[in-house]
Design a protein around this ligand. Structure first.
Ligand code: F6P
Length: 575
């Protein structure tokens, strides 16, 4: 794709209007709700199963109108269409961006683009479904016990070895969908090159019942390949130690064939590692690492939750893809959420964005989103190489509620920074426990604990929006000297996302929602949200520095004085 110059959002009339509003912007959520009884209804939207309430955001009709105009001016819809049709919108890598193709149904007659579309010579749907079928067949074999380890025992533990997009998606989804995991199966995830990671994750495993999935798009990532070799070493060592493996190359190769499979775009490198290409699941350059959880990168999860649940998961994402493609921007949830993010980041100078799931099973969701959002939109140049004209990607962070309430919410409520926050919850928990005895006080016997949990969700978003005035604090009889410390300013923006339950489909919907938020913000900022050159320098330097850390004097002497003295100190400390 030609490196067309992105439209500079700051040159649009909409941007100028928003900048004018922002100069003396004084949000008043109390007043806005008081004067407009329909505010909650007007700003609540539905996307598939997600009910999304933006009414506690710092937004008015006037602001929203300009934001929507901005989305039109930079042609978010046109670029989205280009993306799903396979244009090379990842211009710095000259690649198509087709994660949406990973979740198109097999038999969709009304698909856009139509079924059978070809990108870079690939019949996209045919390739996606052929790979999915292969993953499903393999998953069924492991789940049924017909795939066994080298000694004939059925597999009970799947260890996914990968990092970044080849880890964060699978681990997040596994944790989120734990209630759907087949009894007798467990997944573990090794990512860090810190040897403690693999050592601790394998310490109590039985090699005879362990299957490793080496997940790496490039099959060239230092961490993953190092861990894969360590895993192979562990397998051979442990099987050999127990007498279950003969000391021959053939026996070792056999063990790898039964205990290792791979997921990669580089099947030649997979074969070179010793993994049978029959046991390798491919994907394509047009799937970015952080957008790859729906590809064969999710093989560990397909094994754990089964093909039917996986199909539901993909269908959930597809439903949001269709919402993104077809819903008018006035009701288009990813577009609206992205526009609010632009408003907060570029006009109200927010630098971070909290994601606060009130669902313990989403405890890795913020970590997953950190790669999705920050590796995508943490850029200072636009897709034509020119400098950005605005602030770009926010720092995404978060922890599940209510844990966060007892940790960092203080700063969100009363600190000096504006921190927009997404609160995410489901109505029906996987474990609907009751507190049979209660506390004899506020918590009644038989209290539904999820309701209590959700009371916290509603309370936090309310407190952040409406705060507590000095008069209200005084009216509680508070001593005057501590009144200021007990005032809550309110006007701290939140978005509430509610879903019926944390089903595979709902999880797929949440993932696609944030993918399209990222896309929309990237389009407005004119950046290529699909490359990640910023991770390269550190990787290169690590390989240059590695000899110095191994004690090579010449390599050590060539370092800057700070790095050199740190390495020297490290070597002194190292036993
Ligand atoms: O270093 C960043 C990165 O390239 C991510 O974008 C990617 O998800 C991760 O490394 C892992 O890459 P791979 O799947 O090729 O091992």
């Amino acid at each position: 794709m030609a490196k067309n110059t992105p439209i500079d959002p700051t040159s649009t009339d909409a941007w100028k209007q928003l900048a004018g509003i922002a100069t003396d912007f004084s949000p008043d959520l109390r007043g806005w709700f008081d004067s407009d009884p329909s505010r909650a209804a007007r700003y609540t939207f539905q996307a598939a199963d997600l009910t999304v309430d933006l009414s506690k955001g710092l937004v008015t009709e006037e602001i929203l109108a300009h934001l929507l105009q901005l989305a039109q001016d930079v042609d978010v819809a046109g670029r989205y269409q280009s993306m799903i049709e396979g244009s090379h919108i990842n211009v710095t890598e000259d690649r198509a961006v087709l994660h949406t193709a990973l979740r198109r149904p097999k038999d969709g007659s009304a698909l856009v683009p139509p079924a059978g579309f070809v990108v870079d010579g690939d019949d996209v749907d045919a390739e996606v479904h052929a790979t999915l079928d292969k993953v499903y067949q393999f998953a069924d074999r492991v789940r049924s016990g017909s795939w066994t380890g080298v000694t004939g025992k059925r597999i009970t533990t799947i260890v996914n070895i990968g990092i970044g997009g080849s880890d964060l998606g699978p681990v997040m989804v596994y944790e989120a969908l734990k209630p759907y995991v087949q009894a007798g199966l467990e997944c573990r995830f090794v990512s860090n090159i810190d040897p403690n990671d693999i050592a601790e994750k394998t310490a109590d495993l039985d090699p005879e019942t362990t299957l490793f999935i080496v997940a790496s798009k490039t099959f060239g990532t230092l961490e993953t390949l190092t861990n894969a070799r360590l895993a192979r070493q562990w397998l051979w060592g442990r099987l050999g130690g127990s007498g279950a493996l003969a000391d021959t190359d053939d026996a070792r190769a056999d063990a790898v064939a039964k205990h290792f499979v791979a997921v990669s775009t580089a099947l030649d490198k997979v074969a070179a590692f010793g993994i049978d290409p029959e046991n390798a699941f491919g994907f394509w350059d047009w799937v970015g690492g952080r957008y790859s959880v729906d590809s064969a990168i999710g093989t560990s999860i397909v094994i754990a939750i089964g093909p039917d649940n996986w199909r539901e998961f993909l269908a959930g994402s597809h439903a949001i893809d269709e919402h993104m493609r077809t819903a008018p921007f006035e009701r288009n949830v990813p577009v609206l959420m992205a526009l609010l993010n632009v408003w907060y980041t570029d006009f109200l100078k927010a630098q971070t964005h909290a994601v606060l799931p009130y669902a313990q099973n989403l405890h890795r969701f913020a970590a997953y989103l950190q790669q999705l959002t920050m590796e995508s939109n943490g850029k200072s140049v636009r897709w034509d190489g020119s400098p950005v004209t605005t602030e770009t990607g926010e720092v995404f962070w978060g922890e599940p509620g209510t844990n966060g309430q007892h940790a960092f919410y203080q700063l969100i409520h009363q600190g000096t920074h504006l921190i927009p926050a997404d609160f995410i919850a489901v109505a029906n928990p996987a474990h609907p426990l009751k507190d049979e005895t209660g506390d004899g006080n506020a918590v009644k016997p038989g209290q539904d604990v999820h309701n209590l949990f959700m009371a916290n969700f509603f309370a936090q978003t309310k407190a952040l929006a409406f705060g507590k005035t000095a008069e209200e604090v005084r009216a509680e009889g508070t001593e005057e000297s501590v009144v200021p410390a007990r005032v809550f300013s309110g006007n701290r923006p939140t978005t509430s996302i509610l879903a019926p339950a944390l089903t595979p489909s709902v999880l797929g919907q949440l993932i696609a929602l944030y993918e399209h938020i990222v896309f929309t913000q990237g389009t407005i900022w004119g950046i290529d949200s699909f490359d990640q050159w910023g991770v390269e320098l550190g990787k290169q330097l690590a390989m240059q520095i590695a000899p110095a850390v191994e004690g090579d004097r010449r390599a050590l002497e060539s370092q800057d004085s700070s790095t050199k003295s740190l390495i020297e100190r490290y070597l002194e400390l190292r036993d």
